[in-house]
Design a protein around this ligand. Structure first.
Ligand code: UDX
Length: 435
């Protein structure tokens, strides 16, 4: 089967490369010529474990090609995945202009039956909108179906998440379109991945409802962490015991500086907006958004209270990406704490180290000093802040850190270290939800 994927970001590239791995002939399209020429050479323009090997293997097998030419790709494909961005607008709603532009192109170049699949996270009702745009732009009387097939990939584990998903959701109104998608996903069928077959609107809501729930879960454990600090209780013990209840589950119960990334902040705001647009108030989602915003301020308050002020002091920040195993700093709590608060508002000097995100960080935080590793970052620092829980930070030599630092403050926002051991190493140690 021939498919094309329009958009070669985290979602589009991983989707295309994984379908190629399934033996499908894939054409990936992007209007960014520089990105396309890099991809043709097997270079992935972002850090995603396993993506580059996957891409190079499938380039070599001639199962995946890259082009900026939408017309031919649409003409030669039966299934067309829309995987372009839906970035947040100022008012929190999703900017659908890229999706709508692609729908127009698909209408203009469709010369036979097509299955048009939205892979990007799109507001409920987008499938209907895409149908109208394609119909309006069709040059010949051809049939097509619009399907919602939301992705659930996590950055840093996107390949694994595609190859072994918890479920595949297919939203369609037409049996033929469902059959074609099931055929495309047959390799996952063979490993008995659960498929949820429903209509387009339901599939669109499943994605938002899932992401928003995960965000609510994180904000919930962060609020419990804040209560734990007041009560002198260890949130990690609470979270572990909670997670043993199969109705709760152990994942996404790690307290920290709040959620970031290109999805949770965007999707929670968009869902709240969509809901308000339908005269329904999602109090829990809106509360989670507020809690998440406040959590970063709480981290800064913690740092200020411990150090009695940071103006003119040197703060070492370990971790800049929004989560480990990615270079992505979009909505990163680490960046917001380092750049907006400690540096810009409070006048601290920042020394930073991140295994993958420093190139991106440098563009928005040029004044910071970027270091070659964690030990270099703490040299002469008054305080150390672990903001993203990269594996490289999990087993640092505490005595060596202490010796290299000027001050004794250690803010472990991701609860990587044992408070007792850190204090025995001479640190004035603070973490999230623990005493
Ligand atoms: C998320 C969803 O998990 C994924 O299904 C969807 O397709 C895209 O959005 P992603 O944003 O890549 O994936 O990362 P995720 O691992 O979900 O983490 C999101 C944020 O939550 C990160 O900032 C992370 O640090 C934070 N987080 C996660 C916590 O603070 N605590 C946790 O327990 C888990």
């Amino acid at each position: 089967m021939n498919i094309c994927v329009i958009g070669t970001g985290y979602v589009g590239l991983i989707t295309g490369a994984c379908f190629a791995e399934f033996g499908v002939n894939v054409v990936c399209i992007d209007k960014d010529e520089k990105k396309i020429s890099q991809l043709k050479k097997g270079i992935v323009p972002f850090y995603e474990p396993g993506a580059e090997e996957l891409l190079q293997r499938n380039l070599k097998a001639n199962r995946i090609i890259f082009t900026t030419n939408v017309a031919d790709a649409v003409k030669n494909s039966l299934v067309i995945f829309i995987a372009v961005g839906t970035p947040p607008r100022g008012d929190g709603s999703a900017d659908m202009s890229y999706v709508e532009e692609v729908a127009k192109e698909i209408g203009k170049h469709s010369d036979g039956y097509k299955v048009v699949v939205t892979k990007s996270t799109v507001p409920v009702g987008t499938g209907e909108r895409i149908k109208q745009i394609i119909s309006k732009n069709l040059k010949s009387k051809v049939k097509f179906d619009v399907v919602s097939n939301p992705e659930f990939l996590r950055e840093g584990s996107a390949v694994e998440d595609f190859m072994r998903p918890n479920r595949v959701v297919i939203g369609a109104e037409n049996k033929q379109a469902i059959a074609i998608l099931k055929d495309l996903y047959r390799p996952l069928y063979l490993i008995e991945t659960p498929f949820v077959i429903t209509n387009v609107k339901t599939a669109e809501l499943i994605k938002y409802a899932s992401n928003a729930f995960l965000a609510v879960k994180i904000s919930y454990i962060n609020e419990i962490a804040n209560l734990c600090e007041a009560l002198g209780v260890d949130v990690q013990v609470v979270a572990k015991a909670m997670g043993l209840d199969q109705r709760i589950g152990p994942k996404f119960l790690h307290a920290g500086p709040g959620y970031g990334g290109s999805c949770f902040p965007k999707d929670t705001n968009a869902l709240a907006k969509i809901s308000r647009g339908n005269n329904i108030l999602l109090n829990l989602v809106e509360a989670a958004i507020k809690t998440n915003r406040n959590q970063k301020q709480r981290m800064v308050d913690k740092i200020m209270a411990g150090t009695k002020g940071v103006r003119g002091k040197t703060i070492a920040i370990l971790g800049l990406s929004f989560k480990p195993n990615t270079n992505d700093i979009r909505e990163s709590p680490a960046m917001e704490i380092a750049q907006d608060y400690l540096s810009f508002k409070l006048g601290a000097k920042i020394r930073a180290y991140d295994p993958e995100a420093m190139q991106d960080a440098r563009k928005v935080m040029p004044k910071a000093i970027y270091c070659k590793d964690a030990y270099d970052a703490v040299k002469g620092a008054d305080a150390l802040v672990i903001a993203t829980e990269w594996n490289q930070f999990r087993n640092l030599d505490l005595a060596r850190l202490k010796k290299l630092m000027k001050g004794k403050f250690f803010f472990d926002l991701r609860n990587i270290y044992d408070p007792k051991k850190a204090r025995e190493a001479g640190f004035e140690y603070y973490s999230t939800g623990r005493v």
